[in-house]
Structure formats: C-alpha cells, structure tokens
Design a protein around this ligand. Structure first.
Ligand code: SF4
Length: 168
C-alpha cells in the first residue's frame, strides 16, 4: 500500500484504488489519512455512545463526520483535524475506555472482509449525506441515528456478518 488508500468512488485509479501522493479526484495523501483518522475516531464515538447515551451533539457529529469523508466534500486538513479533535474530546468525556479504531486494519484485511466492511462504510457515508442535509433543514429521526450508532460501531469487529445481513 502506498502513501494513502482510497477506493470509495468510480474515479478510483486503475479501477482498484488511489494509493499514491493524491487520488484521481485531487485528494492528497495527508487529507486521505486524516479522513481515515476521522473515520476511526467516529467509530470510537459510536462505541462510546453505545455504552452511554446519545446526545444531539453526538448524533450531529457522526452524520457530519461521515459526510465529511465523501468524495469531493472536504479537502481542508484544518477543518478535518478540528473535527477529529472535537470527536475525540466528546468520546473522552462520554466513555474514556471506548477506543478509536485504526481504519488501516480494514484496508489491510483479507479481500472479503475489506470488501464487506468497505461496502458498509461507504453505504453509511452516503446515507449520512442525506441525513446530515435533513438535519440542516431541521429534520431528524432517532431511529435513523440509532442505526448509525449501532452499525457504525460494529465496523471495528472481526465478525460483522450478523450486521451485514441485518443491513440488507
Ligand atoms: S474519492 Fe478520490 S481518492 Fe478516493 S477513490 Fe475516489 S478519486 Fe480516488
């Protein structure tokens, strides 16, 4: 694997993955790696929420964070890092023992697990885009937010088949 890894969209290099100093879309490797860190921090937050209680802020952060990592949405390292700090700070207050997840584990896992987890992750990013826009317009749904927290937290698990079938 090169300086980054991203294969979340149809522009992906050679139809396999963007791995160099920048993706086909122009996303630089440092931005891609910050987005991975944000993804892992959000999994940590989802785990913390599962052990405690969601709040309006945690619901908003998960949707905003997932949306931030979609293709061409945000390439600004400063704002991504601010979001990582905010997510980590709230996770720490909620449940210090809830750990963040290293997304590299997904990229380096065997191809079946990588494919399965990526499919779920990218699907959730897409869903979050709609949910985040709805939130901006004043609409929210506790069942939708619960779905994000429950299933996003599962991405760090080795066995997620149960959730996969639950999702589809
Ligand atoms: S989002 Fe950008 S870096 Fe990721 S696969 Fe698409 S073109 Fe490549």
């Amino acid at each position: 694997m090169g300086e980054m890894f991203c294969f979340q969209c149809q522009q992906t290099a050679h139809n396999t993955g963007c791995e160099g100093r920048a993706g086909v879309c122009g996303k630089k490797s440092d931005t891609a790696n910050f987005q991975d860190e944000l993804t892992g921090a959000l999994i940590g937050l989802a785990r913390a929420v599962r052990k405690t209680q969601p709040t309006e802020k945690t619901d908003e952060l998960v949707l905003k964070g997932l949306f931030t990592t979609i293709t061409n949405v945000n390439f600004y390292n400063d704002t991504i890092c601010e979001l990582i700090d905010e997510v980590n700070s709230i996770r720490e207050k909620l449940c210090p023992e809830a750990e963040n997840y290293d997304v590299q584990k997904i990229w380096n896992d065997n191809e079946d697990i990588r494919s399965l987890k990526s499919l779920i992750l990218f699907g959730m990013r897409g869903m979050a885009a709609y949910a985040y826009h709805s939130l901006a317009l004043g609409y929210k749904d506790s069942q939708v937010n619960e779905f994000f927290m429950r299933d996003y937290a599962q991405l760090q698990k080795k066995v997620i088949w149960k959730n996969f079938w639950h999702l589809y």
